[in-house]
Design a protein around this ligand. Structure first.
Ligand code: AHR
Length: 806
């Protein structure tokens, strides 16, 4: 299959008219031709899927609707998230107890000593969403001691303290016993909480205190509105349960699927790399069920024997291979197989049709190449129905070739403009290798909390994915969900609190592509002007490292006329520097030292308002893999430019602002002090190492972007021609559209347009649809017509089957 023709010609006359347009207020012009009678390759039906990672409290505190936080008291030696709200008459106390565990995996419980009266409370994840008229299933395991025999009063209370529901637990005895209640709310509050109270003397013990809405999506135990938000994307597959969560920082803290199945009460909570305990209530079985309910193919990502900091010796890899085989058998095996039987016992005798397994996440290098065949050979032999996906790592090292993967997973987190540059990268990919799965991508720089401009960058990139879907057969945005009270990553597609959610503008881009995918690509060519890019020319400065220990001293920032804006003082401490990432900063001998060999560690200083300045400093590498990062124009934690000296495994120097600019060979020696100087004027930077000029670049205009990006397709069902056009420039572009090969009479078309007043516009809980698609009906004069695409927009034009077209 040959890729569809997609030609962008930078037309000097058009550029001239475009530039004039800004001067005179006239519209810029472009032209676009679709070969409506030339069918290209089929579009992969699996193209647009989702990636669900347990990050940002997306499972617990999110789609898994347990309302009680730390229900099993396993989070720590203290009763985290439980408070003692009322004690009267004596010395009532609460504490964690492990004298008599509920089961071997759930070793801690809460000991409540009652002396008079007591009330304990749990507000879940920043408030429980209790809805008037809804019923909630309450459960606890309890036992009593020291003569305690009184009932427990269970109440749901509003934030103001009004009673929303009430029940009673009676008959606690000396042994663990479960008690259940159905609580129907007489009134509602999205910030409600649970209270358990008692009066008397003695002690009682609680475990697995759970409160769940009875109404869940498809009655399969997930929060309805969030599951619907996923369903609204019409995903063709679900990659789960993560990326970094699959790897873990170490093997003790990674997602082991076998520990996430079976009785909820015996699933041991585990510290999640993204900063909280995961209950595993959303476990392997529940992920598979979610896929089935979404009509999406499951894609399970499994650890390959490599965590962020450890590697399993090859001699012990047998366990990991068996684990992968068992996962496949759990999902797809017959009920008379060991793990297929466990699945059937859990209520799903039929196969879950696990279609894809990804071996590792972002792993690479010799250790990965060595471990890949161990899992792949075994899986291919026993589960030929499963397609196997290999990683490409963040350092761009080659993926394993033996045995050949079915697909290779690529990840991109960049600026809007970098994604625009990547819109045609697959036009030139080698078509003889494995298929491509773009398993994680999102604009993460210059994007606020997920604004329109970010969505436009992704949309431009996605035109290239669809146009090349003979090779790029699957893609998923990342990450998917964030509880707004625990954002470990920015941005995230679906943002929620206890009761509400909204999608980023990017959510609507995903939806517009998946709902208008088309079945066959039609060749399209675009004559587009270039779009000026307005970049940031102000911001703080900073120093940082990537998998390297380094120290920095004598940091000075001066204006072009010599005024000192900042001079570091590391005589006692590094107070005043904002530390980001997982670093370990100390001061020693007048220098600030970063001791941790971790990725993406940085310390910032100065003012966001600083514009033109010169930064001078001394830096010395102490150990590790790379050199130094010198940051400037830092407007936000993720919004910056940096000079990467000795990056890419200590092989190269380059500026990085979304993409890599002006790479030059470069290496940093360990133990030697270097003199570093940066002259920053507007968006131009001159970078000197030991007095030698290494880069002199206008870093934003170094890589101008095209204004228009397009992909065309035909839908088999009804013969509709679907044209998706992204206008990445700030201004409207009047475009002459030619549908070649049709003898079209006048007819109407539908235009769905995503745009807004400003590229920095975002949605929010209060204005969830501020940036959302609007539908218009157009009347077309024939196969040649003019259409104006608004600035920073994605338009999906759907044109009904023309007379005479194929
Ligand atoms: O999507 C967030 C993280 O980004 C994923 O866990 C990881 O795979 C990637 O580095």
């Amino acid at each position: 299959m040959t890729p569809s023709k997609h030609k962008y010609s930078f037309n000097a006359i058009l550029l001239a008219s475009f530039c004039t347009a800004f001067v005179q207020g006239a519209l810029a012009q472009a032209s676009l031709t679709v070969d409506a009678d030339k069918l290209g390759h089929p579009i992969s039906p699996a193209l647009w899927g989702i990636f669900f990672e347990d990050i940002n409290l997306s499972a617990d505190g999110g789609i898994y609707p347990e309302l009680v936080r730390n229900r099993s008291f396993e989070d720590s030696d203290k009763p985290e998230f439980w408070t003692l709200s009322d004690t009267q008459g004596g010395q009532s106390t609460i504490a964690i107890d492990s004298s008599k565990p509920l089961n071997p995996y759930n070793r801690r419980s809460l000991r409540v000593v009652v002396d008079g009266s007591i009330a304990i409370e749990n507000e879940g994840y920043w408030g429980m969403n209790i809805v008037k008229g809804d019923t909630y299933a309450f459960k606890l395991a309890g036992r009593a001691g020291n003569g305690f025999s009184a009932p427990l009063t269970v109440r749901l209370l509003s934030a103001r303290g009004d009673e929303l529901a009430r029940g009673e637990v009676k008959g606690l005895g000396g042994e663990w016993r479960y008690f259940t209640l159905r609580l129907t709310a007489v009134a509602g509050d999205p910030k409600a909480h649970l209270q358990i109270s008692a009066a008397g003397k003695g002690e009682f013990f609680l475990d697995m205190v759970s409160l769940m809405p009875e109404k869940t999506w498809h009655n399969h135990g997930l929060r309805t509105d969030l599951a619907e938000s996923l369903d609204g994307l019409r995903p063709s597959f679900v990659r789960f349960p993560g990326g970094c969560w699959v790897e873990g920082d170490d093997f003790a803290h990674m997602n082991h699927w076998k520990r996430t199945i079976g009785s909820i009460d015996a699933r041991e909570p585990l510290w999640n790399i993204w900063g909280y305990y995961a209950t595993h209530g959303l476990g392997f079985h529940e992920y598979l069920q979610l896929c089935e309910d979404l009509h999406a193919a499951p894609l399970f990502c499994i650890n390959v024997g490599m965590s962020h900091h450890e590697t399993v010796p090859v001699s012990r890899m047998g366990e990991w291979v068996q684990d992968a085989l068992d996962a496949a058998e759990y999902a797809n095996g017959p009920t008379n197989s060991l793990w297929g039987g466990v699945r059937a016992k859990a209520g799903h005798p039929g196969s879950f049709n696990l279609k894809y397994m990804e071996i590792g996440n972002e792993n690479g290098g010799p250790d990965y190449i060595e471990r890949w065949p161990l899992l792949v050979n075994a899986l291919r032999q026993q589960h030929p129905e499963i397609q196997l996906i290999a990683n490409t790592d963040l350092r761009g090292r080659p993926y394993p070739k033996k045995p050949a993967p079915d697909l290779v997973d690529e990840h991109y987190y960049e600026s809007p403009e970098s994604f625009m540059h990547r819109a045609d990268q697959y036009d030139h990919y080698d078509r003889r290798g494995p298929k491509i799965f773009v398993g994680e991508y999102a604009v993460t720089q210059h994007c606020g909390k997920g604004n329109l401009r970010a969505a436009i960058g992704e949309a431009a990139f996605m035109t290239g994915l669809e146009r090349n879907s003979d090779i790029v057969v699957m893609a998923s945005y990342a990450p998917l969900l964030v509880n707004l009270n625990h954002r470990a990553w920015n941005p995230d597609l679906i943002n929620f609190d206890s009761a509400r959610w909204y999608g980023l503008p990017s959510y609507y881009v995903q939806q517009m592509f998946s709902q208008n995918r088309g079945d066959v690509v039609l060749p399209v060519s675009v004559d587009s002007p270039m779009a000026p890019v307005k970049g940031s020319d102000a911001g703080m400065i900073g120093v940082g490292t990537w998998n390297t220990k380094s120290e920095f001293k004598d940091v000075k920032v001066t204006t072009p006329d010599g005024k000192v804006l900042f001079a570091s003082d590391f005589s006692n401490n590094s107070d005043g520097w904002k530390k980001l990432g997982d670093g370990d900063w100390t001061v020693q001998d007048g220098a600030m030292r970063q001791n941790a060999e971790r990725e993406f560690v940085r310390a910032l200083a100065g003012e966001r308002s600083w514009t033109d300045y010169t930064v001078t400093l001394k830096a010395r590498k102490i150990g590790g893999k790379e050199g130094f990062l010198i940051l400037f124009h830092v407007a936000d934690d993720e919004d910056r430019v940096w000079w990467n000296i000795g990056g890419w495994g200590n092989t190269q120097d380059a500026l990085e602002s979304g993409g890599t600019i002006d790479p030059k060979p470069g290496e940093i020696e360990t133990g030697r002090w270097y003199d570093i100087r940066l002259d920053v004027r507007g968006q131009r930077a001159k970078c000197f190492l030991d007095g030698k000029l290494i880069h002199d670049v206008d870093y934003e205009n170094a890589r101008p972007v095209k204004a228009l990006y397009a992909v065309a397709s035909r839908e088999d069902r009804n013969g509709d021609l679907i044209l998706k056009v992204v206008n990445a420039s700030a201004d409207p572009i009047e475009t002459a559209i030619h549908l070649k090969g049709t003898t079209t009479p006048a007819r109407s078309a539908q235009a769905v347009v995503l745009s807004s007043d400003s590229p920095s516009d975002e949605n929010s809980l209060e204005a969830p649809e501020k940036v959302s698609p609007k539908t218009q009906t157009l009347s077309l004069s024939g196969p040649d017509f003019q259409h104006t695409f608004p600035g920073n927009s994605l338009t999906v034009l759907r044109i009904g089957k023309p007379n005479g077209s194929p």
